[in-house]
Design a protein around this ligand. Structure first.
Ligand SMILES: [Zn+2]
Length: 238
């Protein structure tokens, strides 16, 4: 028993020591933020905590619709920001979205994903690309998208694939996108509420200014990341 305890403490000490070692290998950027930009460091973090893996939503939730505007010029910057249309999120985020997808399917509805994980460098670019700073994350703090813990999404009709009526289109940087804006049709109010109730029931919280954006609880426990989509695709586990 005593020996077992001693072995346990050795394991704990080793565990904390190796975590500390990883933390040291994450360099601080010019804002003093630690951003993971080496794939090796990312893999070490995942080895310590499998919840940190960034999973491909199209694989985790077969058939899920994605419409990644940042992989096209059809976004507020007018530029293609992602090399591929991909939606990655951390494992617990994917699990929660799977539950929401299942609940929607019972109603003949489904999710459509506009964005998930976003590399930190893209957040830096977005910050410089607009004056509407309320709608983009400050690189001094980074975005919850950079942590793989935020998702932009809406609801579609399973049969037609059409988006349900919502207060605005995606990335509409106006007051109408705010959760407290209520001069809307009954249908838009009802649909915004449906998305909100399913998301908040499954561990997400709203972002006041954007009806389409949700943060996953515990996002602070996940590092800011600057791993490229290409690296995530290339190094995908079999
Ligand atoms: Zn967002």
């Amino acid at each position: 028993m005593k020996l077992a305890l001693r072995i346990n403490s050795v394991i704990y000490v080793f565990f904390f020591f190796s975590l500390a070692t990883i933390a040291q290998t994450i360099p601080a950027n010019k804002y003093g933020l630690k951003v993971v930009d080496s794939f090796d460091t990312y893999e070490q973090l995942v080895a310590k905590n499998s919840n940190k893996q960034l999973v491909d939503l199209e694989e985790f939730i077969p058939g899920i619709k994605i419409d990644i505007k940042y992989a096209t010029p059809d976004n507020f910057t007018g530029k293609v920001l992602y090399p591929k249309a991909k939606a990655f999120v951390r494992l617990p985020v994917a699990k929660a979205l799977l539950k929401i997808q299942q609940a929607l399917k019972e109603k003949g509805l489904e999710l459509k994903i506009f964005d998930g994980y976003r590399p930190y460098d893209i957040t830096v670019f977005m910050w410089g690309a607009t004056e509407l700073k309320k709608y983009v994350a400050n690189p001094k703090e980074g975005s919850r998208h950079n942590r793989g813990c935020a998702v932009d999404l809406t609801i579609i009709d399973s049969k037609t694939g059409e988006e349900l009526e919502m207060p605005t289109l995606y990335d509409d940087f106006t007051q109408k996108a705010n959760h407290n804006y209520n001069k809307l049709s009954k249908t838009a109010l009802k649909n915004r509420e449906l998305l909100k109730s399913l998301m908040t029931k499954n561990g997400f919280s709203i972002m006041q200014a954007e009806w389409w954006h949700y943060d996953f609880k515990g996002w602070k426990n996940y590092e800011l990341m600057n791993i490229s989509f290409d690296d995530l695709i290339k190094n995908k586990p079999d």
